[in-house]
Design a protein around this ligand. Structure first.
Ligand SMILES: [Zn+2]
Length: 66
């Protein structure tokens, strides 16, 4: 399977930051609370132009998900 950005032809993609760490301001310090995953689905966007990339999850290699 070949996958390129339909918009600019780039073959490099980035994930949207759908996971974030939560910090809370306590007694003048930033205290780590926990990590929160907001979305188990992997989404990819073109690194060059941010176009959303459509792909089959079965073609995703290297990172466990779901
Ligand atoms: Zn692009």
């Amino acid at each position: 399977m070949e996958l390129k950005c339909k918009n600019c032809g780039s073959e490099e993609f980035i994930t949207r930051p759908n996971q974030y760490d939560i910090y809370k301001f306590v007694d003048g310090k930033l205290v780590f609370q926990n990590s929160e995953v907001t979305n188990n689905e992997v989404e990819l966007f073109c690194r060059e132009c941010s176009e959303r990339i459509d792909f089959a999850s079965c073609d995703l290699i290297g990172k466990k998900h779901g």
